[in-house]
Design a protein around this ligand. Structure first.
Ligand SMILES: *Cc1c(COP(=O)(O)O)cnc(C)c1O
Ligand SMILES: [Zn+2]
Length: 433
C-alpha cells in the first residue's frame, strides 16, 4: 500500500514521503494530507472489520486501529500506541430530539474515550507516527483536551510529552490530566499564535515532534470516528452529521473520511456536515456566510465559555471549506445561553458532555427552526468531550452563577440547585412530598 503526504493546495499538490517530518508544505506553506492508493473491496472490508470486534488482539480492540486499512500510513504496526480508544457509543436521545424539534437524534459520544475526548482518536495515530519516526519527545500548544490526550499517549509510549500553555489561560480539569499523565508543562508569556511560532523553532532545533492539530496523522485517526459510526449503523449514512467547530481539524477529518468511504463503496451517500461555532468565536461561520469569501476573517480575541472551540484563527479552515462544500453542508453559530441550555438538556438525557459538545444540539435546534434540517431527518450529533471536563461550568449554571465572557448573566433555564436541609426526617419528608 503506497502512502504519501500531499500538499492540500490545489495549485501546488507537491508530494512528500510519508516519513518526512513536515507540518506544512515546504514549497507553498499549505496544509498536508495523507493519501493512499486504496485497492479494497468494500464487502471484504466490512466483513473483516466486523470480525475484529470479536477479537481480543490489541489492535483489534481499538476502535481506531480496527479500521487500520483506512489509514495505512504505518509500515510497521509494532509502533502502534493504543489505550483502547474509540469504541464509543451511539446513543438515542428522544428528549434532546424534542428539544431540537426533531423526531429523533442520536449522539456519537467521543467523551467515552480514554482521556475523555475525540482527541484520543487522532493522538493514537500521531503518537504512533512519532514512534515510527524514532522520536523521543513530542510537543503541542494547548490548554485543553489536546494536552491531556498527548500527555497520555506519549507517556504510554515512553515518549516525553511537553506542553506549552499561554500564560494565564489555564483550564484546570484538562491541565490536571496533563500533569497526572506526566507532561512537562511550560507556561509562556505569550498568546497561542506566538507560542506556535516558538515551538516550531524549538521542534526544529531540538528534534521534537509536534502534535498540534495540523499534524496530518491526527486527522487520519479522527477519520475513524466516522468509520466506526457507519459500521455501528450497518453502513447506512445519516442525512446529517453535526459537530462543533474550533480549529476545524475534526471537520476536515470527517469530510475526508466520508469522501474516502464513498469512493471505496462503503457508503452510498455523503451525509451533510453541519459545523456549529460559538458566537464569540465564529470566524468560519462569518467566512461561509459571505457571498464573496475573500480573506479569512480571523477573530483576534475569540470569546466563549466553550474553551475547546475558543479559536480565532482555525488552522484547518481550507480543508473544512472543501468538506462542508462537498457535502453541501452548513455552518451555524450559537450564543452562550443556547450552548448552556442545550448542554443541560443533554444532561437530562442521562448523557452529558462538555460545553463545546453542546453547541451541536443548540445548532440543530436553530437549523431545524429555520427549516434547513427537516424535522424527520436522520441526524447524528458528535459529542466531543466528557461531562466531567468542566465541572465548574456545570455548578455555576445550575446555581445561577454562570456569566458569559462579557460579564452578562447566563440564565439557569434548566437549573438544578442543591438544597440545604436540616437533619430532620419530618421536614425532609415534607419537602420531598
Ligand atoms: C478540540 C475540541 C473541539 C474542536 O475541534 P476542532 O477539530 O478543533 O474543530 C470541540 N470539542 C472538544 C471537546 C474538543 O476537545
Ligand atoms: Zn504546497
Amino acid at each position: 500500500m503506497q502512502a504519501e503526504l500531499i500538499c492540500f493546495e490545489q495549485a501546488c499538490r507537491a508530494r512528500y514521503a510519508i516519513t518526512d517530518v513536515l507540518y506544512n508544505c515546504p514549497k507553498c506553506g499549505g496544509l498536508l494530507e495523507a493519501t493512499y492508493a486504496f485497492a479494497h473491496d468494500a464487502a471484504d472490508l466490512k466483513k473483516l472489520w466486523r470480525e475484529r470486534r470479536m477479537s481480543n488482539a490489541r489492535l483489534d480492540q481499538s476502535g481506531v486501529w480496527r479500521y487500520r486499512e483506512f489509514f495505512p500510513f504505518l509500515k510497521d504496526l509494532e509502533h502502534v500506541v493504543t489505550l483502547r480508544e474509540g469504541n464509543t457509543p451511539v446513543l438515542d436521545a428522544p428528549r434532546a430530539a424534542r428539544y431540537a424539534g426533531l423526531e429523533r437524534v442520536a449522539f456519537k459520544h467521543q467523551g467515552y474515550n480514554p482521556t475523555g475526548s475525540f482527541k484520543d482518536n487522532g493522538m493514537t495515530c500521531g503518537a504512533s507516527q512519532a514512534m515510527a519516526l524514532g522520536m523521543t519527545r513530542v510537543a503541542c500548544v494547548s490548554t485543553g483536551n489536546t494536552s491531556a490526550s498527548m500527555a497520555a499517549y506519549a507517556s504510554a509510549a515512553g515518549l516525553q510529552p511537553i506542553i506549552f500553555i499561554p500564560h494565564g489561560n489555564i483550564s484546570y480539569g484538562k491541565l490536571a490530566q496533563a500533569l497526572e499523565y506526566g507532561a512537562k508543562t511550560l507556561q509562556v508569556e505569550a498568546n497561542f499564535d506566538q507560542i506556535l511560532a516558538l515551538i516550531r523553532v524549538l521542534a526544529e532545533r531540538l528534534g521534537i515532534y509536534l502534535l498540534n492539530s495540523i499534524n496530518p496523522f491526527r486527522i487520519e485517526g479522527q477519520k475513524s470516528i466516522m468509520v466506526e459510526l457507519m459500521d455501528q449503523r450497518d453502513w447506512q449514512a445519516p442525512d446529517w452529521v453535526v459537530l462543533p467547530g474550533g480549529n476545524l481539524g475534526n471537520t476536515s477529518a470527517f469530510g475526508k473520511a466520508l469522501r474516502e468511504m464513498k469512493a471505496l463503496g462503503l457508503i452510498d451517500k455523503l451525509p451533510k456536515l453541519a459545523v456549529v461555532q460559538a458566537e464569540g468565536s465564529a470566524p468560519f461561520f462569518d467566512f461561509m456566510s459571505r457571498p464573496e469569501r475573500g480573506v479569512f476573517p480571523a477573530v483576534e480575541h475569540p470569546e466563549t465559555l466553550a474553551t475547546a472551540i475558543k479559536i480565532g484563527d482555525p488552522v484547518s479552515w481550507p480543508k473544512a471549506l472543501l468538506e462542508v462544500t462537498t457535502t453541501e453542508g452548513v455552518v451555524e453559530k450559537v450564543t452562550e445561553q443556547e450552548i448552556a441550555d442545550a448542554k443541560a438538556q443533554i444532561g437530562l438525557c442521562g448523557i452529558g458532555c462538555e460545553p463545546a459538545s453542546a453547541a451541536t444540539l443548540a445548532g440543530i435546534r436553530k437549523l431545524t427552526a429555520a427549516g434547513v434540517i427537516d424535522k424527520s431527518a436522520d441526524v447524528v450529533a458528535v459529542l466531543t468531550g466528557n461531562v466531567l471536563k468542566d465541572p465548574d461550568y456545570i455548578y455555576k449554571y445550575h446555581t445561577g452563577q454562570l456569566k458569559a465572557p462579557g460579564g452578562s448573566a447566563i440564565l439557569s433555564t434548566y437549573g438544578n440547585e442543591p438544597v440545604v436541609v436540616p437533619n430532620d426526617a419530618d421536614r425532609i419528608a415534607a419537602l420531598l412530598g
